[in-house]
Design a protein around this ligand. Structure first.
Ligand SMILES: C[S@@+](CC[C@H](N)C(=O)[O-])C[C@H]1O[C@@H](n2cnc3c(N)ncnc32)[C@H](O)[C@@H]1O
Length: 305
């Protein structure tokens, strides 16, 4: 990995959270190891976590117009669930995922069924590539048709940044994505943000967040939109905070069911930390202190790539 200074969480801070162990996350996430808010359609409130996670991936693929895309980038690809869906798109030529977690990259590379699909193999031997690299160091070889980033923007600014430093970090992200996209290319972005809360509550939530996600600070909607506005057109925006509350509730149910195993293998302190973090997060989303934004952007026709 290039050793450039990153404006958000560092690789070691990311690995402190995501590299606990792949087996640990398998004990309480869904089978595809998707670690972000799922999506429940109003018509199917009883959908399982696994179904709702799949619906979330399908939503982002649709918003990014992945159906007609050839070159797609997943920023913060986790264990690779979205990448394997990208590979199933009919015109795909290249799917790249970026992560700062060595354990996630190793997991993806150990599972050939995630890296290519039978359809893709028949067509053109298309394979997905996971790179241990920050978006700040990535340079695509060609203009991209679509960028999708789910649950990673939460790591792109650090606690203690001044408002202008934070704004500069977010601006750099949107500027870079705009440079990478072809005209009319899409960005489908999902991130947690602070709701309308007092500064004192924000400090409290930021402290709780740092205890679990070191080196990471959440955006407000205004910070995010101000940074994106000079570069990308906003096409659609939703706040699905109740979906994240429900996701946290179901993750915590799984965590509690695996309590004995987790305590035996990883110690009671780790179980306690994750139990409390999922409980506090669920409460934060239910009360509206935390929001869950899903935003669709498009690059204008006239902007050069
Ligand atoms: C909460 S996980 C979400 C993973 C996946 N998108 C999902 O929904 O399951 C956050 C991901 O962002 C990645 N990440 C954090 N900072 C990053 C950066 N600067 N560049 C690329 N990836 C980053 C982490 O390594 C991790 O894969």
């Amino acid at each position: 990995m290039e050793n450039t200074h990153l404006s958000g969480a560092s690789p070691s801070e990311i690995q402190a959270h995501y590299d606990v162990s792949n087996d640990f996350y398998q004990l309480w996430l869904d089978p595809q190891l998707i670690y972000s808010a799922a999506l429940w359609n109003e018509t199917e409130p009883e959908a399982s976590l696994e179904q709702a996670q799949y619906q979330k991936l399908a939503y982002h693929l649709q918003q990014a117009q992945a159906q007609k895309a050839e070159y797609v980038l997943d920023i913060g690809c986790g264990w690779g669930a979205l990448l394997s869906e990208v590979l199933k798109q009919p015109n795909i030529q290249q799917a790249v995922g970026l992560t700062l977690s060595q354990a996630q990259k190793d997991y993806f590379e150990a599972q050939p069924n995630l890296q290519s699909t039978p359809q893709a193999q028949e067509q053109a031997e298309v394979q997905a590539e996971v790179r241990l690299e920050s978006w700040e160091n990535y340079h695509p070889a060609r203009p991209l048709d679509a960028v999708i980033s789910i649950g990673a923007f939460e790591h792109f600014a650090r606690p203690g940044m001044s408002p202008s430093e934070k704004q500069a970090a977010y601006t750099a992200f949107f500027q870079r994505v705009c440079e990478w996209l072809r005209p009319e290319g899409r960005l489908s972005l999902q991130t947690i943000g602070y709701g309308p809360i007092s500064e004192a509550m924000k400090v409290k939530l930021s402290g709780l967040n740092q205890a679990v996600f070191p080196g990471s600070e959440l955006p407000t909607l205004l910070e995010l939109l101000a940074a994106a506005d000079p570069f990308l057109e906003l096409l659609q925006m939703r706040n699905d905070r109740h979906d994240y509350a429900k996701t946290c509730q179901l993750w915590r149910k799984n965590l509690r069911a695996a309590k004995a195993t987790i305590e035996a293998q990883y110690g009671p302190a780790l179980y306690k930390r994750y139990n409390e973090y999922l409980m506090a997060s669920e409460m934060g989303f239910r009360l509206g202190h935390l929001h869950l934004y899903r935003l669709t952007f498009q690059k204008g026709k006239g902007l050069p790539s």
